[in-house]
Design a protein around this ligand. Structure first.
Ligand SMILES: [Zn+2]
Length: 109
């Protein structure tokens, strides 16, 4: 379950950046191709934040769409699943966006 390690990393990043501040809300953006399951992050968040400055903070997750560029036909397309395949049939694609997971904002009390 790699979401646990990811969530720990996020919580560490927030507490390092905002030491001693009471965090009330964390907003996350998860790319469609990041392989991270939002529900798992939510579950881990409650465990990881217990006893930290983020204890009881709300977690808002939004999914950001992925975009890929085909190296054969040059077209950009939005993959509709974990299988990245251009409408032209090529799997020779470069992922432009959608593999990242980032904190978009943090609210403090
Ligand atoms: Zn193509």
């Amino acid at each position: 379950m790699h979401e646990l390690a990811i969530t720990e990393g996020l919580v560490d990043a927030v507490t390092e950046r905002l030491p001693g501040q009471r965090v009330t809300c964390v907003r996350l953006e998860i790319g469609a191709l990041s392989g991270v399951v939002a529900d798992s992050v939510r579950f881990c968040f409650d465990l990881v934040t217990e006893g930290t400055d983020l204890d009881g903070a709300a977690l808002e997750i939004s999914q950001s769409p992925a975009f890929c560029r085909c190296r054969v036909c040059g077209g950009d397309f939005e993959p509709d699943g974990p299988l990245v395949l251009c409408p032209c049939g090529s799997a020779e694609v470069t992922v432009l966006t959608g593999q990242d997971l980032k904190i978009t904002s943090v609210q403090v009390a």
